[in-house]
Design a protein around this ligand. Structure first.
Ligand SMILES: NC(=O)c1ccc[n+]([C@@H]2O[C@H](COP(=O)([O-])OP(=O)(O)OC[C@H]3O[C@@H](n4cnc5c(N)ncnc54)[C@H](OP(=O)(O)O)[C@@H]3O)[C@@H](O)[C@H]2O)c1
Length: 322
């Protein structure tokens, strides 16, 4: 679909993934409306006076009504975690006013995998490690799959990283490496993962928009490279031009209040994914991981984030042991 002049509503478009998507949609010439509560900092929008903002809670019917002051060629829902949240978009009067609904889900909807890598044919289902997040996202996807008369597409990113990532998924590793600190990795560091670069996910939203063949389908969105945890850390070190001081530990050794805690934000849940389906559908081409990490590191440098380096309690414990 030609995005120039397309009217796009982004529900939750100010913080991380939504922010990248908003900027990508603007760059493509779309007319963007953002719907959010107004709690996340949005001073960056001052540089984009053409963006229309509606403030309100998505659970408030009156606020949702204000967001639908016009029809939209596409609605990007960044923050549907429960079926109650998505239901109004699939019902009158809004369903008929949305040309294409694209919903941000997650690869955490998949049931535990017997084999890897997995693609979209792998069954969704309960996953003990993901609890309510998995249940809520699956319920949202169930509702989308059952919806009649709505053109809806689901995107499933994995661990998302890049500029503005408040969870600091990749930044956690980059910051420690830049500071010359040891990185503690669970077990032998061989768990395999794919990552999703935030700006790539934004391109996936744009890429599927308006494609009739995308309706009723879900797509994994991730970088091509499947990396072990150690491999990811080594790649981070390589792009920074520093040595990687990797140390392994056994999470079972953590006792007392450290039990169940992890060193950093990324969980030790191996999942190798394939994004070949969306690559076959549209022009989506993921950024090479090394390049995405360089850009993330550049952003951390520019924002001074390399200077902030608190240790997590598990790191303090492990560092004290050596
Ligand atoms: N980060 C990852 O690694 C990852 C991986 C897989 C999937 N995902 C998926 O990515 C999505 C999260 O994206 P994100 O990290 O960009 O989200 P986020 O940073 O938490 O942004 C949330 C956005 O939604 C707005 N918002 C929050 N609650 C709202 C409400 N009740 N009503 C209206 N607006 C609301 C926020 O603005 P205000 O605070 O101003 O309201 C903000 O614009 C989720 O669907 C998640 O499942 C993320």
């Amino acid at each position: 679909m030609l995005l120039r002049g397309a009217r796009i509503l982004i529900i939750g478009g100010t913080r991380f993934i939504g922010r990248h998507t908003c900027l990508a949609a603007l760059a493509a010439g779309a007319e963007v409306t953002l719907f959010n509560r107004g709690q996340s900092p949005s001073d960056w929008l001052a540089a984009h006076p053409g963006v229309h903002q509606v403030h309100g809670d998505r659970d408030d019917p009156a606020a949702l009504g204000r967001a639908f002051g016009q029809d939209y060629d596409a609605v990007y829902d960044m923050i549907a975690y429960r079926p109650e949240e998505i239901r109004p978009l699939l019902s009158p009067p809004y369903a008929a006013r949305i040309g294409h609904l694209v919903v941000c889900s997650t690869t955490s909807v998949y049931a535990p995998a017997l084999y890897q890598p997995i693609d979209e044919a792998h069954p969704r289902g309960p996953h003990p490690a993901w609890g309510d997040y998995n249940k809520g996202k699956n319920a949202v996807e169930d509702m989308l799959a059952a919806a009649q008369g709505v053109r809806a597409t689901v995107l499933r990113p994995q661990w998302v990283f890049g500029a503005h990532d408040y969870q600091q998924l990749a930044a956690f590793y980059l910051m420690r490496l830049a500071a010359g600190l040891a990185l503690w990795i669970p077990h032998a560091g061989v768990a395999q993962l794919n990552w999703t670069y935030g700006p790539d996910l934004a391109q996936a939203f744009l890429g599927v928009t308006g494609l009739p063949e995308a309706a009723g389908h879900a797509y994994n969105v991730c970088c091509d490279e499947t990396l072990t945890t150690d491999g990811f850390v080594r790649l981070c070190a390589q792009v920074l031009g520093v040595p990687a001081d990797i140390r392994h530990y056994r999470p079972e050794e953590l006792l007392g209040e450290l039990r169940g805690q992890r060193v950093g934000p990324v969980r030790n849940l191996p999942l190798a994914c394939s994004a070949e389906r969306i690559k076959a559908l549209c022009a989506f081409r993921p950024t090479p991981m090394a390049e995405a990490l360089v850009r993330t590191a550049d952003w951390l440098r520019e924002t001074g984030a390399f200077d902030a380096e608190p240790s997590t309690p598990v790191e303090e414990y492990l560092n004290a042991r050596i």
